[in-house]
Design a protein around this ligand. Structure first.
Ligand code: HEM
Length: 535
């Protein structure tokens, strides 16, 4: 057994600042005589500008806040480690997935999506489940959610979706994701949201605990092995404590009593040594099967039913250490779907492709420029050598007379695999033949917006169905515009007529008869399959 799990902890130790028993200084290290009285002319006279200690304190206070994340602003983090059960070398050359003796350090951030940093934990919303693996080959980020499907298929709609979900722009109400006209207007205009809508109104949207929550990579990614062969892969986190939710009545009480309910639960469990664990599972699909499904593998509004492709457990993650400083670690951590290591690659999922751009772009502003990968929580344990230079908040003192590659002047310059001739452990983009016309048009294989929503509905127990109907009645009951409610009910008819009728009745409406044109296609592989079930 190696001690790799401690590599990140050891790296972080050099940044610790121990305040206990130390003497007060300015930021310049000058000892301070008095921190309560500003420098003034006489005991009741004006304050002097030359009081650098006063000015420093006020300036530093004025600049304490950085922008909160544009989504997933409220989060809680914890450190841990991941260990693979057996080598996956047949599918991937990712080092941390091939060596069962290796304990790879991780940092996980759980979050809600819509609310601001100070909002309550127990709202009806998606939960983020983002994991940073500090591997020996560099950082790998699995930036997932607790629901396996997303509301939209194409990243170009993300701004629209988030604006519809967030508080309405005129009065900033409602604070967290819940019923309002803009969200349900977006839903009725975009039927691809229907599968997600079912998850959002199910008990899955109010987890009992982060420790009892599943996680999903959502997109189809690609494993690549040492021979360059690709295999499609979907990632699943399954909590060993099982998946448990709150019911709405509990939420109403808990939210007032303790808005930090999930955050506190995670923190306290780790403090008392009840370390939460998740098994990582994968669904593997050979590339030759890409077109053998009646949905598109590149469509993030779809699952691959577990009855069609079983989830294979491949390893376990344990979270065993709380952060020491919320801002330094949980707030400054920066995840990005584009952070991949050799052996893990992307697919042409149009949502994933947009994400690969978005995270780095937003972090450039959120974390103040291009050097945020040097912030301790973001630093890889793998060595970093390149000719990227300067910029705001540069912490490194690079040692070289050149800063370009290739060069013939300084022998110590970093060399790419091609220059050095050593290609071991290099990231090579997957070779995929792509050709076609430049068009703004999605494949018909993305058109079924109802089939898997029906699949989800049919997979529920009676009491789960009751909760979902009650949630939709509550949510739509808070929508002001009658035509929006009617349109949503029309969509629900395509999911299940019984569901639509019950919701309509609760809203004082009538569900239209079935037989209205359905954009969905029949789904033989799905008809005998269920949505992912609680573990
Ligand atoms: C956070 C964009 C889809 C999961 C964020 C952030 C942005 C963003 C800008 C804030 C990042 C930061 O400030 O550090 C997008 C875009 C998407 C998209 C453009 C679609 C086109 C998704 C999907 C998932 C997801 C499909 C789940 C599979 C997360 C998580 C976080 C996050 C977990 C929080 C990360 C953290 O804890 O710091 N997203 N997102 N997002 N997103 Fe997305």
């Amino acid at each position: 057994m190696t001690n790799d799990a401690d590599d990140k902890q050891r790296q972080l130790e050099q940044y610790r600042v121990d305040m206990e028993g130390s003497r007060l200084t300015t930021d310049q290290g000058v000892r301070v005589d008095d921190t309560d009285n500003s420098l003034s002319v006489g005991e009741r006279g004006p304050t002097l500008l030359e009081d650098f200690h006063l000015r420093e304190k006020i300036t530093r206070f004025d600049h304490e806040r950085i922008p909160e994340r544009v989504v997933h602003a409220r989060g809680s983090g914890a450190y841990g480690f991941f260990q693979v059960y057996e080598s996956l070398a047949e599918y991937t050359c990712a080092d941390f997935l091939c060596d069962p003796s290796l304990r790879t350090p991780t940092f996980v951030r759980f979050s809600t999506v819509a609310g601001s940093r100070g909002s309550a934990d127990t709202v009806r919303d998606v939960r983020g489940f983002a994991t940073k693996f500090y591997t020996r080959q560099g950082n790998y980020d699995l930036v997932g959610n607790n629901m396996p499907v997303f509301p939209i298929q194409d990243g170009i709609k993300f701004l629209d979706f988030v604006h519809a979900v967030k508080p309405e722009p005129h009065n900033e109400i409602p604070q967290a994701q819940s019923a309002h006209d803009t969200l349900y207007d977006f839903v009725q205009m975009q039927p691809e949201t229907m599968h997600f809508l079912m998850w959002l109104n199910s008990d899955r949207a109010i987890p009992r605990s982060f420790r009892m929550m599943q996680g999903f990579g959502v997109h189809t990614f690609r494993f690549v092995n040492a021979e360059g062969r690709g295999t499609f892969v979907k990632f699943h986190w399954k909590p060993t404590l099982g998946t448990h939710s709150l019911v709405w009545d509990e939420v109403l009480r808990i939210q007032g009593n303790d808005p930090d309910f999930n955050r506190r639960d995670l923190w306290e469990a780790i403090e008392r040594g009840a370390y939460p664990e998740w098994e990582l599972g994968v669904q593997l699909v050979p590339e030759s099967d890409e077109h053998n499904f009646d949905f598109d593998l590149l469509d993030a509004t779809k699952i691959i039913p577990e009855e069609v492709v079983p989830v294979r457990p491949i390893g376990k993650m344990t979270l065993n250490r709380n952060p020491e400083n919320f801002f330094a670690e949980t707030e400054q951590v920066a995840f990005c779907t584009a952070n991949v290591v050799p052996g893990i690659d992307f697919t042409n999922d149009p949502l994933l492709q947009a994400r690969n751009f978005s995270y780095l772009d937003t972090q450039l502003i959120r974390l103040g420029g291009p050097n945020f990968p040097q912030i301790p929580i973001n630093r890889p344990v793998a060595p970093v050598h390149n000719d990227q230079r300067d910029g705001y908040h540069q912490h490194m003192i690079h040692q070289s007379r050149t800063s370009y590659t290739k060069n013939s002047i300084s022998g110590g310059c970093p060399m790419s695999g091609i220059v050095s001739g050593d290609m071991s452990g290099v990231f090579k983009h997957y070779t995929e033949r792509v050709d076609g016309n430049k068009i703004r048009k999605r494949s018909p294989s993305f058109e079924d917006h109802y089939g898997q929503a029906t699949l989800f509905w049919n997979s529920l127990a009676d009491w789960e169905k009751e909760h979902l109907v009650a949630a939709l009645k509550f949510e739509l009951g808070h929508v002001e515009r009658r035509y929006i409610k009617e349109k949503v009910v029309e969509h629900l008819v395509h999911v299940d007529h019984g569901l639509a009728s019950q919701v309509a009745e609760g809203l004082g409406l009538t569900a239209p008869p079935t037989g209205t044109p359905n954009h969905g296609r029949s789904s033989p592989a799905l008809s005998q399959a269920n949505a992912p079930r609680d573990s």
